[in-house]
Design a protein around this ligand. Structure first.
Ligand SMILES: [Zn+2]
Length: 465
């Protein structure tokens, strides 16, 4: 549903219905398998003249290919779709670089600052193998490492992000001494993370799980013993202790043995909530023992599952009853990753079923008016389809991911809100570029600063070659 329609609805409907309408665009694409161009056109109705106009202008002589599927029988992206995405990436990169000239020079975070841009170029290097991208990443890393502020400890918002990305970039450039120096500095932050008298939260964005991610990232990107297991264990144990203590305080030991809060709210989602924390604890590289997983993590996940809305979505916090947000940070697009990981670890179909329900609500309500970013935008929602495709090999989810990418190809044409940091990785354009570059090699996609690559020797071999 386009802009015009939604404005009319806003006037007609009162209260929350109007508000819900305001959060997402109606999905104009037919679901998989699509029935040709006619179905696509029919499903796009009713649409605003604005959007239609732009869609007409974007039609190309290769209309036939455009109407077909964007991938072949093996799930390989067609050369036509590849070309469209690659062209858009170049275009957006240019816009981003131009826009960054006025960005905050002191924001070094992965979330909204320069580390996010370094990560984007690292990703472009991973996908294209073009050395210039790695060099670009290094340029940003150098500048960031001069500007660490020591205020926070997480990968996304603190110094752990710049140091971890620095370590990986230097490693790829075979500069081992610089790389090791970054690792050493990163490990020095552990003292703050483990301090028992601190009020550090446990969540991914500002807390211990966000530091844990940085450690696991180093071990998957550089090599399995870059960070010693003993260090990882101490951080994991402190997260588990903290969750047990708070659950006891809240008298929920039976129902939800690992409970967490941030600013006195028990958030559910990936950024501030339990979904992100459980997700990190279930990573194989976290090495949490089977007993802890079964006795503490699993019942806690099941507790969250009982909060599921009929739509398949999840609340932003345990005390919230409104089915509103469908973002990676709050709602199904973050929770789905926890569910998929639970399915991998516990091998029970109920987790996969709930993940599929998440995917359905993201498909219906995931083209967000907040924009095209990763944290609360369409690109972040598109990643949920790619991950579900990895897990199931069902092309339905690859198709859905491609359609969300197609939406991002019309960046700026839908009348979305402009985020505060419009070119950043988690709020803005860099995030959309990251997602588009992952669409080119969908089998290897990774939600940045969240999903980990497999533990393998590839990076080591690459290093020695
Ligand atoms: Zn967000």
């Amino acid at each position: 549903m386009g802009e015009g329609m939604s404005k009319r609805l806003k006037v007609q409907l009162g209260g929350s219905e109007a508000e819900m309408e305001e959060r997402a665009f109606g999905n104009p694409y037919p679901d998989y398998p699509p029935h040709g161009a006619a179905a696509a056109a029919a499903a796009a109705q009713p649409s605003s003249t604005d959007l239609e106009g732009k869609r007409c202008r974007s039609a190309s002589p290769q209309r036939d290919e455009e109407d077909g599927l964007p991938f072949d029988g093996d799930g390989k992206i067609t050369s036509y779709f590849n070309r469209r995405v690659t062209t858009k990436i170049k275009d957006l990169l240019q816009q981003m670089e131009e826009g960054l000239k006025t960005a905050d020079p002191h924001d070094c975070s992965a979330y909204t600052g320069w580390t996010g841009i370094a990560l984007l170029y690292l990703q472009l290097y991973r996908v294209t193998k073009e050395q210039s991208h790695l060099q670009r990443s290094l340029d940003y890393v150098k500048r960031i490492l001069r500007n660490l502020n020591g205020r926070r400890v997480t990968f996304l918002c603190g110094d752990a992000g710049p140091l971890a990305v620095g370590a990986v970039v230097y490693h790829k450039l075979k500069n081992d001494s610089e790389s090791k120096e970054c690792v050493t500095k990163l490990l020095q932050l552990q003292r703050i993370v483990l301090a028992t008298d601190s009020d550090l939260p446990d969540e991914l964005l500002y807390g211990r799980a966000g530091y844990l991610y940085a450690l696991l990232y180093l071990n998957t990107e550089i090599g399995p013993d870059t960070v010693p297991q003993s260090v990882i264990k101490e951080v994991v144990d402190s997260i588990i202790e903290s969750g047990k203590n708070f659950s006891r305080e809240e008298r929920k030991t039976e129902r939800c043995p690992l409970l967490y809060q941030w600013h006195r709210k028990q958030y559910v989602g990936a950024a501030h909530g339990v979904a992100g924390i459980y997700y990190m604890l279930m990573q194989p590289e976290s090495n949490v023992d089977q007993e802890t997983l079964t006795d503490l993590v699993k019942p806690s996940i099941d507790y969250v599952r009982h909060k599921k809305f009929r739509s398949g979505n999840y609340p932003s916090s345990l005390s919230n009853e409104t089915d509103r947000l469908v973002h990676w940070c709050h709602g199904a697009p973050g929770v789905i990753h926890m569910l998929m990981q639970a399915y991998k670890v516990f091998k029970e179909d109920k987790y996969l079923k709930d993940a599929i329900d998440c995917s359905d609500v993201i498909w219906q309500r995931g083209l967000l008016r907040k924009g095209y970013g990763i944290c609360h935008g369409t690109a972040g929602n598109g990643y949920s389809f790619l991950s579900l495709y990895h897990l199931t090999q069902d092309k339905k989810y690859l198709y859905r991911a491609c359609k969300f990418a197609e939406w991002c190809l019309e960046y700026g044409a839908h009348g979305c809100r402009i985020p505060d940091r419009p070119y950043s990785l988690f709020e803005g354009m860099a995030g959309a570029i990251h997602f588009l570059s992952d669409i080119l090699v969908p089998q290897k996609s990774r939600f940045p600063a969240f999903e980990l690559g497999p533990l393998r020797k590839e990076s080591q071999e690459e290093h020695n070659s």
